[in-house]
Design a protein around this ligand. Structure first.
Ligand code: ADP
Ligand code: MG
Length: 143
């Protein structure tokens, strides 16, 4: 299944994320792929809202600490692999445990995990079109 959206502002991207977040279930893994500034963190803010994370909880980029955890009805593990030095770090950081957990994993720069990504993950590609325009493609792999 594939869905494509075009957004013209960060708020529109968050709204797409929110609607998508409402469809997520415990154990889902979301692989976010897109360049720096594409809008992966922005989309994640909307997804967290859709999953039911309280509005007061500020979802920010976990670039420096790699993993942020948000506790709502379903816990969210927001992982950012931008600063990943090598593939062995995935194991060192225990990312596999998050991916196999009953929480929801949202992974920025997910392509850096390579084979570490589950086969049934939901892939979202975000493409920068111009300053305020992004294309968001959501793909559910066929089980
Ligand atoms: P990433 O996590 O992919 O590096 P961020 O979400 O941190 O990207 O940043 C996206 C940037 O692009 C923000 O500064 C945001 O305001 C800006 N932006 C402009 N238009 C959009 C849009 N349509 N969707 C998402 N972000 C947008
Ligand atoms: Mg980011």
């Amino acid at each position: 299944m594939e869905k494509v959206f075009r957004t013209e502002s960060p708020i529109e991207t968050q709204n797409i994320g929110e609607e998508f977040g409402k469809t997520l279930k415990p154990g889902d893994v979301v692989a976010l792929i897109g360049d720096l500034g594409a809008g992966k963190t922005c989309l994640t803010q909307g997804i967290a809202r859709g999953v039911g994370i309280a509005k007061g909880e500020v979802v920010s980029s976990p670039s420096y600490i790699l993993i942020n955890e948000y506790n709502g009805k379903i816990p969210i593990y927001h992982i950012d692999l931008y600063r990943l030095e090598n593939i062995a770090e995935i194991a060192d950081l225990g990312i596999g445990e998050y991916v196999e957990s009953d929480g929801i994993c949202i992974i920025e720069w997910a392509e850096r995990m390579k084979e570490g990504l589950p086969k049934n993950c939901i892939t979202i590609n975000i493409t920068w079109e111009d300053e305020n325009t992004r294309t968001i493609k959501i793909q559910h792999s066929i089980p």
